[in-house]
Design a protein around this ligand. Structure first.
Ligand code: KG4
Ligand code: ZN
Length: 336
């Protein structure tokens, strides 16, 4: 089964072709990061308009890359939510128009299900069941994943997501949007332990998280002393270490609580090098194993949507002709 995947939930237009027997055949991505940079964050209306411009040329591009034509498609999968309503509607309407014209099924996919299962695009793939740390710009959650459509939420952020905290702190330190990668780069020049930040909820005894206090603590540090380049790097280093400390502690606690031995890390913050190094080390010490998607599939992409689309369409799932998007959507409500 050959499925076209369309991701337009935020500021990336991602297109991909996934074949059930041959795997990922092609993928293409256009990031709007540069366009939104001038505003310090995503401008929803600009995002929607740009998706409209990109989605058809990128579809043609992936088809050409895989030497396939529209008539080879067996189904179209698109991100139905959560995300920006206008941006989601671009992918949803293009998917349904194409599916109607080609007389193939269309299927709306949960964006977080895409992130959660994205390590299945890599080798070696994690077998079910596994624990999953989902760390994106909008979400920081821990799940127990029993199989396709079996997602039990173990812990959630009470306020800011880890990626959001990276982005807001980066902005505060005068770094460009998106802040995560820029802050991580600055942190490399920082001295470990030169300044101190809290590890919010690290020992809370549950699997919930909270990052907004950390951002406020950075603000206090930043205002206390005149800013030198070294101090900025020291703060970035301590901030990154604090977030990584908490994420690692909660991920290990999730493994303990569930008795699972496989951990999947997905979402944009999963690209963070320090997080990867620490988790690799800590899981190995416990005889557990950690799985990641390829770096290019950590952040938003069409490949994860095409993958989940193919897995679900193989089970006969498809959406109605009358479609809608779900800007807010709880992953635990998604079932087989
Ligand atoms: O999963 P994603 O692409 O988008 C959402 O669905 O939210 O995640 C984007 C987030 C942004 O907050 C970005 O700053 C963060 O991932 N990010 C990173 C790194 N790369 C991306 N955060 C820390 N370190 C990185 N290397
Ligand atoms: Zn995402």
């Amino acid at each position: 089964m050959l499925v076209l995947g369309i991701e337009t939930s935020c500021d990336e237009t991602g297109l991909a072709l996934y074949d059930s027997s041959q795997g990922l055949l092609a993928h293409a991505l256009h990031s709007q990061a540069e366009m939104h940079q001038a505003y310090g964050g995503v401008v929803p209306e600009l995002a929607s308009r740009d998706h409209i411009r990109r989605v058809v040329p990128l579809t043609e591009h992936v088809l050409a890359q895989a030497v396939r034509t529209l008539s080879d498609l067996d189904g179209i999968a698109y991100t139905k939510g959560p995300g920006l309503a206008g941006a989601l509607l671009v992918g949803a309407s293009v998917a349904h128009a194409l599916a109607f014209a080609l007389k193939v099924p269309a299927l709306g996919i949960h964006h977080l299900e895409g992130h959660l299962l994205s390590p299945l695009l890599a080798e070696p793939k994690p077998a079910f069941p596994f624990a999953a740390l989902l760390v994106s710009g909008g979400h920081t959650q821990l799940y127990a994943v029993g199989g396709l459509g079996d997602y039990v939420l173990l812990g959630d952020t009470l306020d800011d997501a880890a990626g959001e905290a990276f982005d807001k702190t980066a902005k505060l330190l005068g770094l460009p949007y998106p802040g995560g990668p820029a802050l991580a780069e600055l942190a490399q020049r920082g001295r470990a332990g030169a300044v101190n930040l809290p590890r919010p909820m690290k020992d809370s005894g549950d699997l919930n998280l909270s990052f907004s206090g950390l951002k406020t603590a950075v603000l206090t540090l930043w205002r206390r002393e005149p800013a030198s380049e070294q101090r900025r790097a020291d703060i970035a280093c301590e901030f990154e270490t604090a977030i990584v400390d908490v994420l690692v502690a909660k991920s290990l606690a999730a493994l303990d609580e569930t008795g699972l031995t496989r951990l999947v890390v997905a979402g944009g913050v999963g690209a963070n090098r320090r997080l990867r190094e620490r988790l690799a080390h800590e899981t190995e010490r416990r005889g557990a194993k950690v799985f990641y998607p390829d770096l290019q599939f950590c952040t938003d992409n069409g490949a994860m949507i095409a993958l989940v689309g193919a897995l679900r369409m193989e089970q006969g799932k498809q959406s109605d002709l009358a479609f809608t998007v779900r800007p807010r959507w709880d992953l635990s409500s998604v079932v087989r």
